[in-house]
Design a protein around this ligand. Sequence first.
Ligand SMILES: NC(=O)c1ccc[n+]([C@@H]2O[C@H](COP(=O)([O-])OP(=O)(O)OC[C@H]3O[C@@H](n4cnc5c(N)ncnc54)[C@H](OP(=O)(O)O)[C@@H]3O)[C@@H](O)[C@H]2O)c1
Length: 383
Amino acid sequence: MALARVAVTAASRSLRGSPSRLRNVCPAWTQRPASMSGALGARAFSAQMSPPSKAVVYEQHGSPDAVTRVVEVPPVLVKENDLCVRMLAAPINPSDINSIEGVYPVRPPVPAIGGREGVGEVYMVGSEVKNFSPGDLVILSPPSFGTWQTFVVKDQSLWHKIDKETPIEYASTITINPLTALRMLEDFRTLESGDSVVQNGATSMVGRCVIQIAKARGIKTVNIMRDRPGSDEAKEQLKGLGADEVFTESQLEVKNVKSLLDGIPEPGLGFNCVGGNAATLVMKFLGAGGIMVTYGGMSKKPITASTSSFIFKDLSLRGFWLQKWTTPEKSPECRKMVDDLLTLVRRGGLKYETELAPFSDFHIALDKSLGKLGSQPKQVLKF
Ligand SMILES: NC(=O)c1ccc[n+]([C@@H]2O[C@H](COP(=O)([O-])OP(=O)(O)OC[C@H]3O[C@@H](n4cnc5c(N)ncnc54)[C@H](OP(=O)(O)O)[C@@H]3O)[C@@H](O)[C@H]2O)c1
């Protein structure tokens, strides 16, 4: 399958379904070599071009199911330091949804191709590329826009080679959610074995990673999930991953939630990715001087903190955004953490539920990610 340093004839490529605006989503296409300009006409030129790509494109922001469509985009130039990667899998994350909606602070200009993380196989390398070969398994690290397409062309500095034995559903999802869980357990408080943390959104990928990484360090977890069909089964799943306690929100409608802790020490650190009542519950579990870290807002509801939680408990409300770890200077450290997490995955120490969805069923996977079909595992597009 892999094709190295192959010259293709651009004039022979089909531009089916590729309105001129879509050329903007493939910047390399606009940087044509001199041989392509002016007198191109029917004359073929030889340069390294990617194959045409099938991509999820949105030309304006809005509801993802209304503004996204799958189109064929033209081949792009594979420049001397580029890798052309045949994508194998890419997840649909909440931040992808928010980017398409136009509410995520960092997003590509439209028209754009969706997706921010993913795994693929090197298909073609630029003439100056020495450290990658066709067939290598690579991920974008740090995450980078435009992974929901069959071929991605980006500078070699953005790609990270990983062990070929890594299952694609993990390789494609490792750089955002598991890394967030790891950093949140490290960055706010020194946790010792025997300490505890509390979190809502415990069924999320981040939540599941928090449970397992904490467990491996001897840290106990108190977990909150929303009330919904299948909650009993989900609780058992989380306990199977090592959760010490799992409560639905309605179980916590009691005067003193800490009376339910059953020997678990009062948590000093809490994670909130939901907001609203679920955030209030995290704060109720925290002990004096506790820190609640907000990293998501799945319920779209604001956080309300009681006056007494500040005066009598001196709680701190903090925030986490992985974006601050995605600077070029931090890239080596990030890749080391990603490699460590993938080693944990291959040893069976980090598990989470995903559903591989054929790319041809993109809009079904999108509906599942939007919650239109009830609670669903993380949708991972398989190309
Ligand atoms: N700040 C950062 O740098 C950063 C990095 C990574 C992720 N995040 C955020 O972390 C959160 C989880 O991401 P993920 O990819 O791990 O999630 P995920 O695996 O896609 O799972 C979604 C989670 O959200 C819950 N949920 C969905 N709709 C909800 C609603 N209306 N009310 C309450 N809960 C709801 C789901 O609960 P059910 O199981 O009950 O359906 C599930 O736990 C998101 O908010 C994401 O944006 C932030």
